[in-house]
Design a protein around this ligand. Structure first.
Ligand code: UTP
Length: 422
């Protein structure tokens, strides 16, 4: 009873009285569960997060410089072999693991299920996104005669469905004992007025806390401890939705080892100065990805002495970290950004509302905000047509249609080639 009174007071203090009204409609057991949930939500943090949506983005005085990179295509074959050898040595010693971030909501794609369960219409028969990733990893396993542990980050919302799907498809031939699912953290979704929303089960609507949640979740779920036990030294972290993602690029790993850095990332050149992607730079001497919305127009268009965009290396969610780097970032607070998204909810009469337009704020930490905690990063410039075919939107750019075309063209060019080390 005390607990209930505490929660009511908190809800009043943070102007969420509509939840008190909602609680009144519930039976005792549902009420108890809801109170438990609210006890675990930091309402103060939520109010602060909502306030960030009211403010103009502040551009501070920062020293911004272009980032150095290595162009994979321009590395001479002897140097490339040297880098590849450094990496192969790590992989063959079973010191390499892969994390797939699959905890997103995939709202833009509008696929009714976890994004990895989306079937891309390739070669008539189609392939699931998880299947495409499994194929990429199996190729590396065969080449190096190892089984790379594959960690998949899910959300509370999609974990069971992801697990059941992978079971049903026999992990697409991947060794089941080396596929480890772990759940990421959550934050409440707010409506446009900063109010908590009710989900279809009558609880506070929450969603995963962004791909930047990967570091803390790796630690708190025990996945990081599992990696340590296995003797893992390097961890690749990628998204679930790039069908040309190479998760074992030996040149990327070799370059990171050679440069003696803790973090590495593969980039592709921006399609045009105004493409809406985050680009790498150095800010106040630390690596950073600067969002397109925060990059002044003049800088977006600036070219270097070779006529190339000075800030042209886009972040494509293709990142590599040492295990120590992950541990370090997992203990640092990353800032939260907000996105306006479509989220269904129950109205005060308990009727489900499915919005046609974005109606809510989702708060997310971004993986690339972790780069600032390091002095340096190794950037390997890949090629768009070889490395980047995202499935983001239902139609138009970065949609299943564009990804299918890129995927089929890539495999047309690379028949019988080992793609990870190419
Ligand atoms: P996006 O930021 O593109 O989000 O995720 P999304 O969920 O796939 O799609 P929208 O924005 O709702 O349409 C990039 C990668 O990060 C993962 C996604 O699963 C994808 O692999 N991600 C994103 C998470 O794992 N957790 C999150 O909280 C957010």
């Amino acid at each position: 009873m005390d607990k209930m009174q505490d929660v009511i007071k908190l809800l009043e203090e943070y102007h969420q009285e509509h939840i008190i009204k909602w609680m009144d409609k519930l039976d005792d057991e549902s009420k108890r569960k809801l109170v438990e949930q609210i006890k675990n939500i930091d309402l103060h943090q939520i109010v602060e997060l909502y306030e960030t949506t009211r403010k103009e983005i502040e551009i501070k005085e920062n020293k911004i410089e272009a980032i150095k990179y290595l162009d994979k295509e321009k590395i001479n074959p002897i140097e490339k072999e040297r880098l590849d050898d450094l990496a192969e040595n790590v992989i063959k010693k079973s010191q390499y693991a892969v994390v797939t971030m699959a905890g997103g909501q995939g709202t833009r794609l509008e696929h009714p299920g976890p994004k990895g369960t989306f079937k891309l219409d390739v070669y008539g028969k189609g392939k699931y996104l998880f299947e495409i990733l499994a194929e990429n990893l199996k190729e590396a396993n065969n080449k190096y005669d190892v089984i790379i542990p594959w960690y998949i980050m899910t959300s509370r919302e999609n974990n069971d469905e992801t697990y059941n799907f992978l079971e049903k498809h026999n992990y697409f031939g991947y060794d089941k004992d080396n596929v480890i699912l772990f759940k990421q953290g959550e934050l409440p979704i707010l409506d446009m007025n900063g109010k908590l929303m009710i989900d279809k089960n009558g609880f506070i609507k929450e969603a995963s806390d962004g791909n930047g949640g990967v570091f803390t979740s790796l630690r708190t779920s025990g996945a990081l401890a599992d990696m340590k036990e296995r003797g893992i030294k390097w961890i690749f972290i990628g998204g679930v939705d790039n069908v040309l993602l190479k998760m074992c690029d030996t040149t990327l790993l070799g370059m990171a080892i050679d440069k003696n850095v803790e973090v590495a990332s593969k980039s592709v050149v921006k399609a045009n100065p105004h493409e809406k992607v985050g680009v790498f730079c150095k800010m106040n001497n630390h690596p950073k990805v600067i969002e397109y919305s925060e990059l002044p127009e003049k800088m977006a268009e600036e070219v270097d002495s070779n006529g190339e965009l000075k800030y042209g290396e886009s972040h494509i969610m293709c990142n590599l970290f040492t295990i120590d780097a992950i541990e370090k970032v997992s203990k640092e607070p990353l800032i939260y950004h907000y996105a306006i998204k479509k989220n269904s909810y129950l109205d005060e009469d308990g009727k489900e509302v499915i919005p046609l337009e974005p109606n809510s704020y989702k708060f997310e930490a971004f993986i690339f905000d972790a780069f600032e905690f390091f002095d340096d990063i190794a950037i390997l410039r890949g090629k768009r047509e070889d490395d980047f075919a995202p499935v983001k939107n239902k139609e138009g750019v970065d949609s299943p249609k564009t990804a299918k075309e890129l995927y089929e063209k890539f495999w047309e060019r690379n028949k019988n080639v080992l793609v990870n080390a190419s």
